[in-house]
Design a protein. Structure first.
Length: 346
């Protein structure tokens, strides 16, 4: 019994010292939060106190301190950079919501800390054109692409057929259920037959580029989506425009498959830019069916052919992929590129 009591007291000794440091860190942050308009000297003093206290505290205290700082209207630039460069589990709330981080600091963090930090920055409520241009230009491809788990929507059964008396027809109901089950099995089989991770030697979207595309699709921002697409293809902006101007959505679908965009994200992008593809067909949308029908190898061949034609016509060495400010997304060109055609699968 005596040994157990001594052990419990020994366990409490070290945490007490650690908890004291946590309390001092939170007291410092809380005091800083109470300053509506801190002076330069107060900002400098906080920056000098914060870093050593933060480094000596526990991860839980660090997360609480960062969450509190993310709501402060002003934070010293040195502290913003320091917090933004912490592991993403700690830095994420600050990168996603803090309005005190200036553009240069965001760009520095995105360029030096990797894809996870860049994705957190992409999720900010608003981004300046300067930050967007920097994020579009990042190339931080990771080996794993596409959905991490197989996501198949639940089967939606068709309305139960009824007999002339108004009662359900048992035989028709059974056939409807069997047809729905067959359809689901076919969908799952198609996905199990694919190896979306086997992209050795192929052109890939970077993690940041994919996150930006999802963001721009959500906002229906075709201008910046096209700029990101052109950057991913290392093509002219005009090629990206011509791909997107195909109102059927087929050309963009082929391109997204070729670039290895995650299936769920590609479906979402198509549905946002082409409303007709959001229509439901059974348990899935038309966009789902369009993407599911595209052969990956054929999409690579087709997109590379488009890129070669584009490089012969519109991409001199000095040209960049950034869109011209004020120019219409699908404006006229003097020598339009040859029409891009999508051959339907037989």
């Amino acid at each position: 019994m005596g040994v157990g009591v001594r052990d419990r007291f020994r366990d409490l000794e070290e945490p007490a010292a650690v908890r004291k440091k946590d309390v001092v860190l939170m007291a410092t942050v809380t005091s800083f939060e109470g300053m509506s308009h801190p002076s330069k000297s107060e900002l400098r003093q906080f920056a000098e106190l914060f870093t050593p206290l933060f480094q000596a505290s526990t991860d839980e205290a660090k997360r609480q301190a960062v969450a509190a700082l993310s709501q402060c209207p002003s934070v010293p630039a040195a502290v913003s950079l320091f917090v933004g460069c912490q592991p993403i589990a700690i830095a994420a709330p600050f990168l996603t919501s803090s309005q005190a981080i200036d553009d240069d600091t965001l760009i520095t963090i995105a360029r030096t800390q990797g894809a996870a930090h860049a994705k957190a920055i992409v999720r900010r409520p608003s981004l300046s054109p300067k930050v967007i241009d920097a994020l579009v230009g990042l190339h931080q491809a990771e080996p794993e692409r596409g959905m991490s788990t197989l996501e198949i929507p639940a089967v939606e059964l068709p309305p139960t057929p009824r007999s002339e008396t108004g009662l359900p027809d048992p035989e028709a109901e059974r056939l409807a259920r069997e047809e729905a089950l067959r359809r689901k099995i076919k969908q799952v089989t198609r996905h199990l037959g694919r190896d979306d991770n086997d992209r050795l030697g192929l052109r890939n979207l970077s993690d940041t580029q994919e996150a930006l595309m999802v963001r721009f699709a959500r906002e229906r921002d075709a201008q910046h989506f096209a700029a990101t697409l052109a950057d991913a293809l290392t093509s002219s902006h005009w090629l990206a425009e011509r791909i997107m101007i195909d109102t059927s959505g087929q050309q963009l679908a082929v391109t997204l498959v070729s670039l290895g965009m995650g299936f769920a994200d590609a479906v979402y992008a198509l549905e946002r830019f082409y409303p007709q593809l959001a229509e439901r067909h059974g348990s899935v949308s038309r966009a789902w069916l369009v993407l599911d029908s595209i052969d990956a190898e054929e999409s690579h061949v087709r997109v590379e052919a488009w890129r070669r034609a584009d490089s012969y016509t519109y991409l001199p060495p000095e040209q960049t992929t950034a869109p011209q400010s004020g120019a219409p997304l699908f404006g006229n060109r003097e020598s339009p590129i040859r029409e891009l055609r999508v051959v339907s699968r037989r």
